[in-house]
Design a protein around this ligand. Structure first.
Ligand code: CP
Ligand code: NVA
Length: 309
C-alpha cells in the first residue's frame, strides 16, 4: 500500500511514473466529456473518502473529478460534522472505521501530526490534500504543467519562487531535489525556509538559492511561482507580514528581469502578491494549472491503489 503524504518521501522514479501516466491519460481524454469514465474504468467500485478541516475549492473538485473519471466514487466529510472533530472519537477508532468503509483517504488538515497518527491506524492509502508542512498533490501537478507548457524536462529550466516559505514552497523544494531543477527563492529574511528544510536539501547533496532581493531571484527565470502571503494556517500578525512582503509583489517591473517567455503559475486562491496585469496576462497559465490537477491526481490515485500502468 502506498501513501502520498510528502514528496520528499516518495522515490523520484515513482513521481516520474505518475507524471508519465497523467500525460498519457490526459491525451486519451481529449474527446471525452467531464464525467465520462476512462477506458477500462481502473477504479471501478472504489470509493475515496475526502476529509476537510479547512476550506477548499480546487482540491475538493479535482479529486471528485479524478476518481469519477477512473470509474470510482467519492464522499466528502467535514471534520467538524464528525465525532473526531467534535472531540468525541479518537483518531485510532476513526481510522479503523474509514478503513472499513473506504478504499482511500484524502485529508486536508491543520496538523501534520494528525496525518501521521492516521497513518498508524489506517489500512487504506492516505493522500495529503494540504497540511501546514506541504501541498504535494498541487506541486506534482505544477511540475506536469511546467513540462507541458515548456515541452522539456523541468531539470532544464530555471524555476523561481517569489513569496512566503509555506507548505507549497516546501513541496516545491522537495520537488527541486527529486527532479533536479534549479530553484531560486525570493522572500524577506524573516520568512526564509526553515533550517530543517535547508538541512534536508543539503543532506541530499542539492542546493536551493535564497535571495532577499526579489530581482536577484527572478533574473533569467523560465517559470515564476507564487502563492498567498497569508496561508490558511498562518497565525501571524497579518498586517505586519503583508508589509514585509510589499517589495516582493509580482508586477510588470519585477517580471521584466525574467526570460521574455517566462511562465507565471499560482496555485490559488490569490491575494495582493501579484498584480492583475501579470495574473491575467499572456505569461500566466493559472487556469491550465488548476485544470491539470484532475489529470495528475488521477495518476496519484492509481499509484496509491497499486494500479499505475
Ligand atoms: N490550490 C488549492 O489547493 O486550492 P484549494 O484550497 O481551493 O483546494
Ligand atoms: N499556502 C496556501 C495554499 C492554498 C492552496 C495555504 O496553505 O493556505
Amino acid at each position: 500500500m502506498k501513501h502520498f503524504i510528502n514528496l520528499k518521501d516518495i522515490p523520484s522514479e515513482d513521481l516520474r511514473k505518475i507524471l508519465l501516466d497523467a500525460k498519457k491519460r490526459k491525451k486519451l481524454r481529449q474527446k471525452l466529456n467531464t464525467l465520462q469514465v476512462d477506458k477500462g474504468a481502473p477504479l471501478k467500485g472504489k470509493i475515496l473518502i475526502q476529509m476537510f478541516e479547512k476550506a477548499s475549492l480546487r482540491t475538493r473538485m479535482s479529486f471528485y473529478l479524478a476518481i469519477k473519471q477512473l470509474g470510482g466514487g467519492t464522499l466528502t466529510l467535514r471534520s467538524n460534522e464528525m465525532h473526531l472533530g467534535q472531540g468525541g472519537e479518537s483518531i485510532a477508532d476513526t481510522a479503523k472505521i474509514l478503513t472499513t468503509y473506504g478504499d482511500g483517504f484524502m485529508l486536508r488538515t491543520d496538523s501534520d501530526k494528525k496525518i501521521h497518527d492516521f497513518k498508524k491506524y489506517i489500512n487504506i492509502p492516505i493522500i495529503n490534500g494540504l497540511s501546514p508542512f506541504s501541498h504535494p498533490t498541487q506541486v506534482l501537478s505544477d511540475i506536469f504543467t511546467v513540462e507541458e507548457i515548456k515541452k522539456k524536462p523541468i531539470s532544464k529550466l530555471k524555476i523561481c519562487w517569489i513569496g512566503d516559505s509555506n507548505n507549497v514552497l516546501n513541496s516545491l523544494i522537495a520537488a527541486s531535489v527529486k527532479f533536479s531543477f534549479k530553484l531560486n527563492i525570493g522572500c524577506p529574511k524573516r520568512f526564509e525556509p526553515s533550517r530543517e528544510i535547508k538541512n534536508w536539501v543539503k543532506k541530499n547533496n542539492k542546493k536551493i538559492y535564497i535571495y532577499n532581493d526579489p530581482k536577484k531571484a527572478v533574473i533569467n527565470a523560465d517559470v515564476i511561482f507564487s502563492d498567498k502571503v497569508i496561508s490558511l494556517n498562518d497565525k501571524v500578525n497579518k498586517k505586519t507580514k503583508i508589509k514585509q512582503f510589499k517589495k516582493f509583489s509580482i508586477n510588470k517591473k519585477l517580471v521584466s528581469y525574467a526570460k521574455k517567455n517566462f511562465v507565471f503559475l499560482h496555485c490559488l486562491p490569490r491575494g495582493n502578491e501579484v498584480s492583475d496585469e501579470i495574473f491575467l496576462g499572456k505569461n500566466s497559465h493559472v487556469w491550465l494549472q488548476a485544470s491539470n490537477r484532475v489529470h495528475v491526481q488521477k495518476s496519484i490515485l492509481l499509484y496509491c491503489f497499486g494500479k499505475l500502468r
